[in-house]
Design a protein around this ligand. Structure first.
Ligand code: ZN
Length: 437
């Protein structure tokens, strides 16, 4: 398995920290509104990562956090006149529903930041004691300059950051790029700390939840590419200071999904919510769209592109349904796989999750299945394709047929063969109504 590592900037052989186990942490949402289709990309991609590693025999622990304390949450709660807890609970639930509707399994653990405040205070205290953080004014800052390797993930040098950073005179920072670990404030939800009532910084939330949950260097830290800087860079910095390692062996970043060639944003009014998209399209169509692009490349989403992948999915579904019918009618029950095709599929998946190429193996098998005249061959290809689609989180959801349905299907075929078209049409209608066709 070769994986591109954002930290080293190269593809590397994947070797897990602990044999046969994989620890993976992916930055989750800040829960104050519904997620849009750009937010869905990591939700789908890292679900595939877990599915595939599990298929290879690894025991995967997939953690994705819920940020339930943040300035945006406080603002939104004020705006719509509800308390922050109600707001975050509502949208945590909405996020879970959207994830499931996207065909993704929920992560093994979805820790909420507010459940780890005591750990964060402890962690920040450690950083102060080690000289990596300082309390100034109403804020605890991280002393970035103490990390010689700072900028290694986002490939930036401190001097350049220095030029770009705006210095706010109200802040009592030692350096402009020092970031907040704890902010004292009485506004909104706040917690007691040695530095007064306040809230943790976002970068500290993820670093501490990682540290507390796994307590060792993990295998994969993932998220959207827009999180690389400053969020992930600052997670790396804290972990280097606190634990002397970069938090994760592999840093994986998923490219952005743009609306056409512009960024999807609230101010431009071009946001498509996941829940709205999935009212119009089946999740499988959208998963196909996402997974047909290399995960590190951006996607320029358009309605036409969505329709194109919806057609693609309908084609796959029809072929699979027909094969399933043929197999059911013949009562063919042996489950065999095309091992050669599976091997090809794995070669592409092992090549830094080249899912687009893995999909081409599926399309080749579909073509062969459509041409197949023998039920044994049809079944072999059907089961192979089903497994590969399953690994991409694309399910067929076909119900086993009853004897009655099989008899009816045979009667339809016979009527057609005997050119009794009125009968055939009548039976066909019944088959469509009961979902057989
Ligand atoms: Zn994070």
């Amino acid at each position: 398995m070769r994986l591109y590592n954002s930290l080293s900037g190269t593809e590397e052989d994947f070797i897990p920290v602990k044999p046969n186990q994989i620890s993976m942490y992916v930055c989750g949402p800040t829960v104050y509104n519904y997620i849009h289709i750009g937010n869905a990309r990591p939700v789908v991609f890292f679900d595939v990562v877990k599915r595939y590693f599990t298929y290879l025999g690894y025991q995967v622990t997939y953690v994705s956090n819920i940020t339930d304390v943040d300035d945006k949450i406080i603002e939104e709660a004020k705006k719509i006149h509800i308390d922050e807890k109600t707001l975050t609970e509502t949208f945590t639930e909405a996020f879970k529903q959207d994830s499931l509707r996207l065909g993704s399994d929920l992560p093994d653990l979805m820790p909420k930041a507010t459940n780890y405040i005591a750990d964060m205070i402890f962690y920040i205290n450690d950083l102060i004691e080690k000289g990596y953080a300082y309390h100034s004014g109403d804020t605890v800052y991280f002393r970035v300059q103490k990390i010689g390797s700072y900028g290694q993930l986002s490939k930036q040098v401190l001097e350049n950051l220095n030029v770009g950073a705006r210095i706010d005179v109200a802040q009592e920072k030692e350096a402009p790029f020092d970031f907040t670990l704890w902010k004292s404030t009485s506004e909104g939800i706040s917690f007691d700390s040695p530095w007064g009532k306040g809230r943790p910084g976002w970068h500290t939330e993820c670093a501490v939840m990682n540290h507390t949950i796994f307590n060792h260097k993990i295998d994969i830290h993932g998220g959207g590419s827009d999180l690389k800087f400053p969020h992930h860079e600052n997670e790396v910095a804290q972990s280097c200071a606190h634990d002397n390692h970069e938090l994760a062996n592999f840093w994986m970043h998923v490219g952005r999904l743009n609306f056409g060639d512009t960024k999807m944003s609230k101010s431009l009014g071009n946001i498509i919510l996941v829940k709205d998209l999935l009212d119009s399209y089946e999740y499988q169509s959208f998963r196909l769209l996402l997974l047909s692009h290399h995960y590190r490349q951006p996607i320029n989403y358009t309605d036409d592109l969505m329709k194109q992948f919806d057609n693609e999915w309908q084609r796959i579904k029809r072929a699979m349904k027909q094969a399933f019918l043929d197999i059911s009618v013949e009562k063919y029950q042996t489950i065999e796989m095309n091992e050669q095709a599976l091997e090809q599929f794995r070669v592409h998946m092992d090549d830094d999750f080249n899912i687009a190429n893995a999909l081409s193996v599926i399309y080749d098998q579909l073509k062969a299945m459509n041409r197949s005249k023998e039920v044994k061959e049809t079944a072999r290809l059907y089961h192979t394709i089903s497994l590969m689609l399953h690994l991409l989180g694309i399910k067929m959801d076909l119900m086993p047929l009853s004897e009655e349905q099989i008899d009816k299907y045979r009667a339809w075929q016979q009527a057609r063969a005997e050119k009794r078209y009125t009968d055939a049409d009548k039976i066909r209608m019944e088959l469509v109504e009961t979902g057989v066709l």
